[in-house]
Design a protein around this ligand. Structure first.
Ligand code: PLP
Length: 428
């Protein structure tokens, strides 16, 4: 190894930096999603507000925002100062800390379906634990999921969108096919398929698990009455309704999708906005549902779970979420503004962008003029052209845009101008 940590800050091109890091980090990334579909990798130097700065010194307006946690923008002082202070006071002892209660109380106060919870390090972990808890509570194993909903990369939940009947397949090499034997899948908003699964398997279902707003295959809101149907059917079959609110929690409303749509699940999984970008997640529900954990019968653990810096991140983020009465009205208005500007940009370039939005989460996808369907290749070229002009979003059209209080209307005007120019450049 050569150099010191300060050498890491020396200016260099994105290409040199990326080639260098690919030497030692497999694929150049620690999450496959960071490399998928990327034509021109950028390597980050720093991020503040609504902007990332790369190692060449370019500043880009970012509408991906770290996949959603930064509702107040990057490096928000109200959050980061608390986390930094906690580092100075010891961030991991492996013992309960006074901050744990503060963080948990804020979640329980804001999220209708949560009275008690456990903290974990990532959405994937919290979902594994929530599903295991559902199995403990019901004594059953089957879990019904929905195509395109992402629940992390664990052995029983990382599945293809397509099914053999109701049976999804493991998505990636190295996964154990038998581990998927207890996972079923139907289409999102497909009432007939859900009813058929309940007819056939209702008595064996431990849980129905969904993103209450699908946000990992573009944004698709629940059809009117669909969450209510899931609530009714799970209740009458003795299965649990589990909402993966990793994206929607504290995002589509203060109390998440369950507040926005007025449907309370049995278990809720949270992450992202809850920790302001710090790696932290939680799963929780009413006291009764958490009893197997309260009594230490169900197993959940983790050296870093609920570490003190993570608890400072949750306490600071949620205290801020709670303190701003107009936060969600403002984010809604910002989302509506962004949506209309994006449509205008598309119209100016005589192209069609498919835009789907719930509050401050929206998917924007280039469509093919010939078929009207989303055009992933064209979208990727559009992303590359926008990135070269200083606007960053993910090259895969399924990945939504996330707005924050750090995005100004002027930023969104710039995004729209860049989109229009880039659309004109990308051949249909
Ligand atoms: N659930 C949803 C809805 C997500 O969007 C994600 C990640 O983006 C996860 C679960 C997995 O969370 P993590 O990447 O923290 O494991």
């Amino acid at each position: 190894m050569t150099g010191t940590i300060s050498d890491v800050q020396a200016p260099q091109s994105n290409k040199t930096a990326y080639d260098g890091l690919r030497d030692v980090v497999a694929g150049g990334v620690s999450s496959n999603m960071r490399a998928r579909g990327v034509a021109a990798p950028i390597v980050v130097d720093s991020a503040r507000g609504a902007r990332v700065r790369d190692v060449e010194g370019n500043e880009l307006i970012d509408v991906n925002m770290g996949y959603g946690p930064h509702i107040f923008g990057y490096a928000d002082p109200d959050v980061t100062e608390h986390i930094a202070a906690q580092f100075g006071r010891g961030h991991l002892t492996g013992l309960p800390h006074r901050l744990d209660r503060r963080a948990a109380e804020l979640v329980a106060e804001l999220v209708p379906g949560v009275e008690q919870l456990r903290f974990a390090n990532s959405g994937t972990e919290a979902l594994m634990s929530a599903v295991r808890l559902a199995r403990v509570l019901t004594g059953r194993t089957l879990v019904l999921t929905f195509g395109g909903h992402y629940h992390g990369w664990s052995e029983t939940l990382l599945r293809t969108r397509e099914c053999d009947g109701y049976r999804p397949r493991p998505l990636a090499p190295g996964m154990i096919p038998e581990a998927m034997a207890h996972t079923l899948q139907v289409g999102w908003n497909d009432v007939a398929a859900v009813e058929a699964v309940f007819e056939e398997h209702g008595g064996d279902l431990a849980a129905v698990l969904c993103e209450p707003v699908l946000a990992n295959a573009g944004v698709v809101a629940p059809a009117p009455g669909f969450l209510e149907l899931l609530r009714r059917l799970t209740r009458s079959a003795g299965a649990l309704l589990v909402f993966d609110e990793v994206i929607t929690g504290f995002r589509v409303a203060r109390g998440g999708a369950q507040e926005r749509y007025g449907v309370e699940p049995d278990l809720t999984v949270l992450s992202k906005v809850m920790g302001g970008g710090f790696p932290v997640a939680a799963f929780g529900g009413p006291r009764d549902a958490m009893k197997p954990l309260a009594q230490l019968e169900a197993f959940h653990a983790g050296v870093y779970a609920g570490n003190h810096a993570a608890m400072a991140a949750v306490a600071a983020s949620l205290a801020k979420v709670r303190s701003l009465p107009a936060l969600y009205t403002e984010l809604e208005a910002l989302g509506a503004y962004a949506e209309s500007r994006v449509h205008e940009a598309a119209a100016a370039a005589q192209r069609t962008l498919q835009v789907r939005r719930v509050g401050s989460v929206m998917s924007v996808a280039l469509t093919s003029p010939a078929t009207g369907a989303v055009d992933p290749g064209g979208h990727r070229r559009l992303q590359t052209a926008c990135q070269a002009r200083g606007v960053y979003f993910h090259p895969i059209p399924d990945e939504p845009w996330f707005l924050s209080t750090a995005h100004t209307r002027a930023d969104l005007d710039t995004v729209a101008e860049v989109l229009a120019e880039s659309l004109a450049e990308v051949a249909a």
